[in-house]
Design a binder for this molecule. Structure first.
Ligand SMILES: *Cc1c(COP(=O)(O)O)cnc(C)c1O
Length: 392
């Protein structure tokens, strides 16, 4: 009997080793990993440069406190701000915590700097922003809210792809609109470009903040350092976590210069944010990505993957659409795909779902052309052999 709260429906697989795109289980079986720990191990498993830097840091210094200057944290902030084109960084430990910081910063900016009683955050249906009370309230999916009443006030969710719905929701209490550039958990829906631009313009016109949740899209996955770069947006605040430190737990909230005065000493804090260890992992991740021009590679190999999937599966009656951005790809099917995930595991290919009918592929950003072909071949044979065409 496990001593854990049973909060996860776990697959009966236990991995004990990983290298690059590959994982090994406790029975010695090998798997091609096209989920990357849910968009976390973006540099593959045990990336050498990050692991070397972490080992060095482990022998030097783990933790002091944010009561002191943390030189590695300063360095990580500078590097992250540079590649993200942001002005200020707050380090934390997870995506939900980064989004909490974003929500708090937006509220405090209006209430303390602008002297306006604005607090409401408008979010989109199908969105996912985390599991803390505030971020699950912000999330546009009812299933994460069940049994957790009362929910905090100050959140409004509107249907996606309807700019009028946002216009109608914005009022004198609105502080921000919060979006994902690709709704990943919700089914891998990249936001329509015109709609995204309209949201930004609306925020400018109304004098409210645009928050972009880049927790899953962040750091190279979509073929740019951040997905909003591909859309040409300039959010006031954005967040990152999953891929920011190659699997070391870390998150960050980034913002523009004018927001700096909203957070002063004592406004917000977290014990483990930006420790020398976490900061080393972040620095090494960014340096590695820069050296290898990884966002560029992700864009190129992402196109190959989406193209191959369309070529091999586009005509199959079970497959409705292949969509995504860079190496965040969804395959919308006409029926449930849960069993295909299990079949993949049997055949040595790991992938996940995004909602009941969508297969989600999240390979690491170094994935090779050969591995892409291997995965597409496996997935194609699984769908051809396991989905009886008469049932679709
Ligand atoms: C995973 C995810 C989160 C939550 O991140 P945690 O680290 O699990 O708290 C928030 N937003 C998006 C878009 C995510 O994909």
């Amino acid at each position: 009997m496990s001593s854990l709260f049973q909060t996860y429906a776990r697959y009966p697989l236990a991995f004990v080793k990983g290298q690059g795109s590959w994982l090994w289980d406790d029975k010695g079986n090998k798997y091609l990993d096209f989920m990357s720990g849910l968009a976390v191990t973006n540099l593959g498993h045990a990336p050498k440069k990050v692991s070397d830097k972490l080992k060095e840091q482990i022998d030097t210094l783990w933790h002091t406190s944010n009561l002191f200057i943390v030189p590695k944290q300063e360095e990580a902030a500078q590097k992250l701000a540079e590649v993200a084109q942001a002005d200020a960084v707050f380090f934390c430990n997870s995506g939900a915590e980064a989004n909490e910081a974003a929500i708090k910063l937006a509220r405090r900016y209006f209430q303390k700097v602008k002297g306006e009683e604005r607090y409401e955050i408008v979010t989109l249906g199908k969105s996912f922003h985390g599991r803390t009370l505030a971020t699950l309230t912000a999330t546009g999916q009812d299933k994460v809210k069940e049994g957790f009443l009362p929910l905090p006030a100050g959140f409004v969710t509107v249907p996606p792809n309807d700019i009028r719905a946002i216009e109608d929701a914005v009022n004198e209490r609105t502080a921000a609109v919060m979006i994902e550039m690709v709704q990943a958990e919700g089914g891998v829906y990249p936001l329509d470009e015109t709609y995204a631009k309209q949201i930004e313009q609306l925020c400018r016109d109304k004098g409210i903040l645009l928050i972009v949740d880049e927790v899953q899209t962040g750091m190279g996955r979509t073929g740019a350092w951040f997905a909003h770069h591909r859309y040409g947006l300039k959010p006031d605040i954005f967040t990152v976590a999953k891929g920011v430190a190659s699997g070391f737990p870390a998150g960050a909230m980034l913002g523009r210069e004018y927001l700096k005065e909203a957070f002063i000493a004592g406004s917000h804090a977290t014990t483990f944010g930006g420790t020398p260890l976490a900061s080393s992992a972040i620095i090494a991740t960014i340096e590695t990505m820069q050296e290898d021009d990884l966002p560029q590679h992700a864009a190129k190999i992402g196109e190959l993957l989406a193209g191959e999937l369309r070529k091999e599966l586009g005509d199959h009656p079970f497959v409705q659409e292949v969509r995504g951005l860079g190496l965040l790809i969804g395959i919308e099917c006409t029926g449930p795909v849960g069993d295909l995930v299990l079949e993949g595991q049997k055949r040595g290919l790991l992938f996940v779902t995004a909602g009941p009918n969508v297969i989600r592929l999240l390979p690491n950003l170094y994935v090779s052309e050969e591995e892409v072909h291997q995965a597409v071949n496996l997935l194609t044979s699984i769908i051809q052999e396991k989905v009886p065409t008469h049932s679709v």
